[in-house]
Design a protein around this ligand. Structure first.
Ligand SMILES: NC(=O)c1ccc[n+]([C@@H]2O[C@H](COP(=O)([O-])OP(=O)(O)OC[C@H]3O[C@@H](n4cnc5c(N)ncnc54)[C@H](O)[C@@H]3O)[C@@H](O)[C@H]2O)c1
Length: 424
């Protein structure tokens, strides 16, 4: 049997060919020379080696900032399709021609090039997984058109923008759900039960996330990066981002501030803050005050301390990009006066990897440690089922715009502290 294989970047490690680190498949960039990137052998599939590829990369002009659409490829499109008895995917809008081609070929879904075209199809619901700076506009326009909205986090970069969406949601009487999948994780749900009513015993919460981004967890799944989003849209996204970050933080945002606010705080740490706030609400702790905020590693790291119930307890929370370490860990530790818990999430790009919940308790000198595994359900699928239940059966929305508002309010306050403490 002859297997014909086109090469795409998952054939090499990123360190092998740094030239293609952030770019789309070379097949895609170089359709006229496709044969140079294919190697067929009877019965086997051999990609070219990194050494063979390097000279071929040199004469290609690639876009400076690539887009990836990973979360739609890895999660939302396949998950919506797997829920075929609940959702029919009408179309996927993406401005990247190679992205549209991939989505059509890999997922068998119709595509269109813009949000306007998607809106014109009048779907019942829209799932927004566009770059963050478009969330406020797209969600608002969909609600104005009477369409239910599922929007990836962050819903918006500022409370003012979220207030606008809440008003539109209420006027349209449509569902607006935010993509905080961690609140659909079965181990998070178990921890909620464990900590219920324990607010008075809480002493300390520690959150640490080391995040290499998606590359170690998506390469083996064959997902691709696109580099042909039209230049004017890339510029538009950049302008929107700078304006929205400046509005949210009150400072003229430079690159470091934009990275710290838009990537680290509002797009990454917001997941953990959302989990912590969910747990605190269940414990009955509602006095939460940021006392310090910092940014480091050129904005690829951020940290904050929150005072809880006055000086009863604190939460130390941090997020840092570790681009060259193929490991992701997101650990939330809760310390009470007589027990502690650790909730350890895997990379969001790995489906059906269970989140660990470890409980430590003691009776006299006897210490017991229990590791809980709560099945293999995928939180990214459960949140879509929840969205469907809210639309069709009027079930309460689990992740509301009000939750998103509480999260971004804290993020804005942390950013103010972090930016005020930056060396001049
Ligand atoms: N829930 C999670 O764990 C999770 C994980 C990753 C990303 N996200 C969120 O999902 C959304 C999508 O993120 P992503 O990392 O999948 O992809 P991304 O931000 O790189 O791009 C998403 C898609 O938008 C398209 N696009 C539309 N307009 C564009 C423009 N003006 N400029 C550039 N690209 C444009 C791109 O072609 C691309 O296919 C973001 O809001 C992100 O915060 C959530």
């Amino acid at each position: 049997m002859t297997v014909k294989s086109g090469i795409n970047p998952n054939s090499w490690t990123l360190d092998d060919v740094p030239e293609v680190r952030h770019f789309t498949s070379l097949e895609d960039r170089l359709p006229s020379r496709r044969d140079r990137f294919c190697w067929h052998r009877e019965g086997q599939n051999f990609p070219r080696t990194a050494a063979e590829l390097r000279p071929l990369c040199g004469d290609v002009t690639l876009n400076a900032r690539n887009r990836k659409a990973l979360i739609a490829q890895v999660e939302h499109i396949p998950n919506l399709k797997s829920l075929w008895d609940r959702f029919e995917v009408v179309a996927v809008a993406d401005p990247s021609p190679s992205g549209r081609r991939l989505i059509e070929q890999r997922h068998g879904v119709s595509t269109c090039a813009s949000f306007d075209e998607l809106l014109a199809l009048r779907p019942d619901a829209i799932l927004i997984a566009a770059p963050d700076s478009y969330h406020a506009e797209f969600a608002g326009r969909a609600l104005d058109a009477g369409i239910h909205v599922f929007c990836e986090k962050p819903l918006c970069f500022s409370t003012a923008d979220i207030d606008g969406l809440i008003a539109k949601r209420d006027a349209a009487k449509r569902v607006l759900q935010v993509g905080y999948m961690k609140r659909w994780d079965p181990s998070y749900e178990m921890l909620l039960d464990e900590v219920k009513g324990l607010g008075g015993r809480l002493r300390f919460i520690a959150v640490e996330v080391n995040d290499p981004d998606s590359w170690p967890f998506s390469a083996h799944q064959g997902f691709q990066r696109f580099s042909d989003v039209p230049a004017f849209l890339i510029a538009d996204n950049k302008t929107r981002l700078a304006a929205q970050v400046a509005r949210a933080t009150g400072v003229e945002a430079d690159d470091v501030a934009i990275r710290a606010y838009a990537d680290s705080l509002a797009s990454s740490m917001i997941h953990d803050l959302n989990v912590v706030l969910g747990l605190l609400a269940h414990m009955g702790v509602d006095d939460i005050r940021p006392v310090s905020g910092s940014l480091f590693a050129g904005g690829q790291g951020t940290a904050a301390v929150l005072a809880l119930n006055g000086d009863q307890a604190i939460c130390q929370i941090s997020h840092v990009v570790v681009p060259k370490l193929a490991d992701y860990q997101e650990r939330i530790s809760l310390f009470f006066d007589d027990r502690r818990f650790e909730l350890i999430f895997p990379s969001p790009y790995l489906n059906h990897f269970p989140t660990k919940l470890i409980a430590y308790r003691s009776e006299g000198m006897h210490l017991s440690t229990t590791e809980h595994r709560n099945g293999f359900e995928e939180a990214f699928v459960r949140e879509l089922i929840g969205f469907w239940e809210a639309i069709v059966n009027g079930a309460p929305v689990r992740n509301t715009a009000e939750h998103a508002r509480g999260d971004i309010d804290l993020i804005q306050r942390i950013a103010k502290l972090a930016f005020a403490g930056r060396p001049v």
